[in-house]
Design a protein. Structure first.
Length: 290
């Protein structure tokens, strides 16, 4: 006769040993993931002598002085503003252009439609460093010919990031717009709405998760980029990804300030990601399934 505990257990339930093994594995995985976070937080609260040599798991003392010194050692506020302006402008431009382009591809037929979509996707096959020298020469020649300073300016960096985020944004929104029933467009047309009105009143509200996912992708592409930011900027337009190198001098590296600055500049990105996580997951899965 079976015991009450075994009777309550489902025949398809995994054995208890498997459950314990899974718990141990997930605990070890969580510790492995959180270990770098502990190193960053603890190092940002240590005196410089505790992080200059061998790493100490337990600090000899705690101080919040690095969080005040980071603003004086390098112009971190200016770098933060530059990154925010460049990443924000690149995101807005990428989303605005991608919405119109994806709507046209998903709703209309025109000559070269297939070639356009394949070309847009094929641009993701090439490494970014391949475009570094051509963009540099183009910006310099444009500046010499017209006087428009693209090299070393925020505008030039915004255009650079736009060339990388826009193709993928268009491709992703095409898949999301195609998942929206065309019956909604037809119903809007019956009510007297034109193509532009249908886009803003019907399609865009229904595609908010996909648009948010594209916006997050475009922002992250510009926010943490290092290669082009190190070449296309100067002391005035330098962004955070390059400006953090200023904590390293010829004699020493202010590791406690590096960790403190990294945590401070990560807060807006992490907070924004957590707020938009629901839309991001919905947008990515919808585009992938389609």
């Amino acid at each position: 006769m079976s015991s009450p505990a075994s009777a309550r257990r489902s025949p398809s339930a995994p054995p208890r040993s498997f459950l314990w093994a899974r718990r141990v594995f997930l605990t070890l995985l969580a510790g492995f993931v959180l270990l770098p976070v502990y190193v960053m937080v603890s190092s940002s609260l240590k005196p410089l002598q505790d992080v200059s040599g061998r790493f100490r798991w337990l600090p000899s003392g705690l101080t919040i002085r690095p969080y005040f010194d980071i603003w004086q050692t390098v112009p971190l506020a200016r770098y933060f503003a530059n990154s925010l302006i460049v990443a924000g402008a690149a995101t807005v431009c990428s989303v605005a252009i991608a919405v119109f382009a994806a709507y046209a591809v998903s709703r209309y037929r025109f000559p070269g439609k297939r070639i356009f979509t394949v070309t847009v996707l094929s641009t993701q096959m090439f490494p970014g460093i391949l475009f570094l020298l051509p963009l540099f020469l183009i910006y310099v020649n444009i500046g010499n010919a017209t006087g428009i300073a693209l090299y070393g300016s925020r505008g030039g960096l915004i255009l650079t990031y736009l060339t990388f985020s826009l193709p993928f944004s268009i491709w992703m929104l095409i898949g999301y717009f195609e998942s929206i029933p065309r019956a909604l467009d037809e119903a809007a047309a019956v009510d007297g709405s034109g193509p532009v009105g249908t886009l803003f009143r019907i399609v865009i509200p229904a595609a908010i998760p996909g648009i948010v996912a594209v916006a997050v992708y475009a922002f992250m592409t510009a926010w943490g980029e290092v290669l082009f930011a190190s070449i296309m900027t100067n002391d005035t337009t330098r962004t955070l990804s390059v400006g953090l190198q200023g904590y390293a001098t010829q004699n020493d590296v202010y590791w406690n300030q590096v960790m403190a600055a990294s945590l401070v500049v990560s807060v807006p990105v992490v907070a924004g990601f957590l707020l938009l996580q629901r839309y991001l997951v919905t947008g990515l899965t919808a585009g992938a399934v389609k």
